[in-house]
Every structure is written in structure tokens, then in C-alpha cells.
Ligand binder design. Structure first.
Ligand SMILES: NC(=O)C1=CN([C@@H]2O[C@H](COP(=O)(O)OP(=O)(O)OC[C@H]3O[C@@H](n4cnc5c(N)ncnc54)[C@H](OP(=O)(O)O)[C@@H]3O)[C@@H](O)[C@H]2O)C=CC1
Ligand SMILES: Nc1nc(=O)c2c([nH]1)NC[C@@H]1CN(c3ccc(C(=O)N[C@@H](CCC(=O)O)C(=O)O)cc3)C=[N+]21
Length: 280
């Protein structure tokens, strides 16, 4: 069997062309440019790189980014003040708070301070709840990017057994609810799960979001499965042992070039949507 390569990089590039046109129209109609504010707290080099990539993606489609950088000593109160200012700033259409923030900060409180209409990264409890109930909301960027990638390749979801390994607030948990929303039968696995290999073996659609390099073994995965690797580790290694799978699964995401580009593309797409809503 020749597996379909779920080429996130290509889908993102195609979508950027369409988004550029939409941004041009917003500018022509309103004379204004949609702006995504990015907030980076601390000096983690990987986080700084991701935030830079997000700003670059804004500029590629003609949007602007406003990069807010705060020291690692920032308090919850200071970060809440920054977010309140951005909420109140009519020129800002989307707010991204890069995860993780330093441990003295209450990250959940700060995520939830983001105004719903500017939550283009889909991190608020309110946005999550609305998404889970099937109400309109911006999706959490990584799982929404994965749903868009599956959709681009017309991967059937309804009635399939989807197994999500990981239940983090911005990846595994919203991923599971999105798959449920498309009528998959969903199993969520986590660090207390017993007999992970047996559950993974049942997956028609497998999403790896564990945060450990090649933790999910190829031999656990059944022939013909759709394999989505959300993990990303230095050297381009994911959470799933991919190499032995490529000629016996139905489809798989490469690392890099799979989920990562779709995450950024979804953030930008949802920022453009927010710009369209407020600038017409
Ligand atoms: N490409 C992209 O756009 C993005 C990629 N990532 C990548 O995705 C991966 C996951 O990220 P994230 O969700 O933020 O990570 P977290 O560390 O927040 O969550 C990891 C999850 O995996 C579970 N887990 C840990 N150990 C085991 C185990 N032994 N068996 C089963 N489950 C386990 C944890 O369970 P428990 O809840 O019980 O602790 C937790 O739910 C990382 O590799 C990260 O780099 C993340 C965000 C975006
Ligand atoms: N509030 C918040 N939202 C996020 O979406 C968020 C976050 N915090 N914190 C960190 C993770 C990580 N993340 C990535 C985005 C793109 C790539 C990506 O594009 N990676 C490229 C490779 C990049 C490289 O070459 O290093 C790829 O997979 O092809 C990876 C990881 C978003 N995250």
C-alpha cells in the first residue's frame, strides 16, 4: 500500500495564497491592516523561534504582528494587564499567548483573560466549551490545523475509532472533542492509561500528542490506520515511530512538514477571520 502523505506544508502554502487575497480586500475596504499580537514571556529559545515564525507568517499574507516580549520575572497581574490592554486596543484583532509561560504565572487565568473575539489561537475555556458544544468559536490552533489537514485530504472521520494519546489543554483534549464533533468514536489516552499498546492498536485514526520522542511504537499501529503525529522534537522527530509505518498505513503526517505548518496557518486564518469581522 502506498500511504498518502498528509502534506501540511503544501496545504498551508496553498491557503496562504487565498489568505493574502482576503487581507488585500480587508485593506482595500477599510484602509486598515489586521494585526495579530503575540506575547512571549521569558527567554526560552524554542518559544522565541515559534513566535518569530508566527510573525513571519502574518507578514507573508500581508498582516502585521505586534510582538510583545516580557521578562521571565513577569507576574500574573502584569500579564493580565498586558492582555487587558490588547483586548481594549481596537487595532489588535487577535492575541496569541505563547505556551508555556514561566511557572509563577497562572497560565489558565491569563488564557481566559483573552477576549473571545480575539482568541484566534483557541485557548480560552469559553472557546473550548463553545467548540465542544458545536457552537461557533475559533478552534485551538494545533488540533484545528489537524482537522483542516484531514479535511484537505478527505479523510473519512464519521464512525471511525479515533485514539488520541495526550490530553493537554491546547492539544489532546480539544483534539478529542473536535473528532467527536465529526462523529468519530473517541478514546483519550494519558499517563495513567493502562495497556496503551492495546488501545493504540484499535485506532483507525491515531493522534500522537505525548511530548516524548517516538514514544508510540510502529508495531502497535494497525495496517491501514491514519497516523497524525503532533509531536515535535529537535532533529525533526515526532511522538510516533514513523519510518517503519510508511508503507502499511493509509496516510500519515511527516515531521517536519505536517502538523506544525498547519498550526501556524490556522492561527493566521483565524486572525484573518477576526480582521474580516471587525474591519468588514
Ligand atoms: N506542531 C505543533 O504545532 C505543536 C506540537 N506540539 C508537540 O506535541 C507534543 C505534545 O504537546 P503538549 O500536548 O503540549 O504536551 P504536554 O506535556 O502538555 O502533554 C502531554 C500529554 O501526554 C500524556 N502522557 C505523558 N506521558 C504519557 C505516557 N507515558 N503514556 C500516555 N500518555 C502520556 C500526558 O498525560 P497526563 O495528562 O496524564 O500528564 C499529557 O496529557 C509535544 O511533542 C509538543 O512539542 C505541541 C503543540 C503544538
Ligand atoms: N499558545 C500556543 N499556541 C501554540 O500553537 C503553541 C504554543 N502556544 N506553544 C508551543 C507550541 C509549538 N507550536 C509549533 C508551531 C509550529 C511548528 C512548526 O511549524 N514546525 C515545523 C518545523 C519548524 C522547525 O524547522 O523548527 C514543522 O513541523 O514543519 C512547531 C510547533 C505551536 N505551539
Amino acid at each position: 500500500m502506498t500511504a498518502i502523505l498528509l502534506d501540511g506544508k503544501a496545504v498551508a502554502a496553498r491557503t496562504e495564497a487565498e489568505l493574502s487575497e482576503r487581507v488585500s480586500k480587508i485593506k482595500a475596504r477599510s484602509g486598515q491592516t489586521p494585526i495579530l499580537a503575540t506575547i512571549l514571556v521569558g527567554d526560552d529559545p524554542a518559544s522565541a523561534t515559534y513566535v518569530k515564525m508566527k510573525g513571519n507568517a502574518c507578514r507573508r499574507v500581508g498582516m502585521e504582528s505586534l510582538a510583545v516580549e516580557l521578562p521571565s520575572s513577569t507576574t500574573t497581574e502584569e500579564l493580565l494587564t498586558t492582555i487587558a490592554d490588547l483586548n481594549a486596543n481596537p487595532d489588535v484583532h487577535g492575541i496569541l499567548l505563547q505556551h508555556p509561560v514561566p511557572s509563577q504565572i497562572d497560565e489558565r487565568a491569563c488564557f481566559d483573560a483573552i477576549a473571545l473575539e480575539k482568541d484566534v489561537d483557541g485557548v480560552t475555556c469559553l472557546g473550548f466549551g463553545r467548540m465542544a458544544m458545536g457552537e461557533p468559536a475559533y478552534g485551538c490552533a494545533t488540533p484545528q490545523g489537524i482537522m483542516r489537514l484531514l479535511d484537505a485530504y478527505e479523510i473519512p472521520i464519521s464512525g471511525k475509532h479515533a485514539v488520541v494519546v495526550g490530553r493537554s489543554p491546547i492539544l489532546g483534549k480539544p483534539m478529542a472533542m473536535m473528532l467527536l464533533g465529526k462523529d468519530a468514536t473517541v478514546t483519550i489516552c494519558h499517563s495513567r492509561t493502562q495497556d496503551l499498546p492495546a488501545l493504540v492498536a484499535q485506532a483507525d485514526i491515531l493522534v500522537g500528542a505525548v511530548g516524548r520522542p517516538e514514544f508510540i511504537k510502529a508495531e502497535w499501529i494497525k495496517d491501514g490506520a491514519v497516523v497524525v503525529d503532533a509531536g515535535y522534537h529537535p532533529g525533526g522527530i515526532g511522538d510516533i515511530e514513523l519510518a517503519p509505518l510508511v508503507d502499511r498505513v493509509a496516510a500519515y503526517t511527516p515531521v517536519p512538514g505536517g502538523v506544525g505548518p498547519m498550526t501556524i496557518n490556522t492561527l493566521i486564518q483565524q486572525s484573518v477571520m477576526s480582521g474580516e469581522k471587525s474591519l468588514g
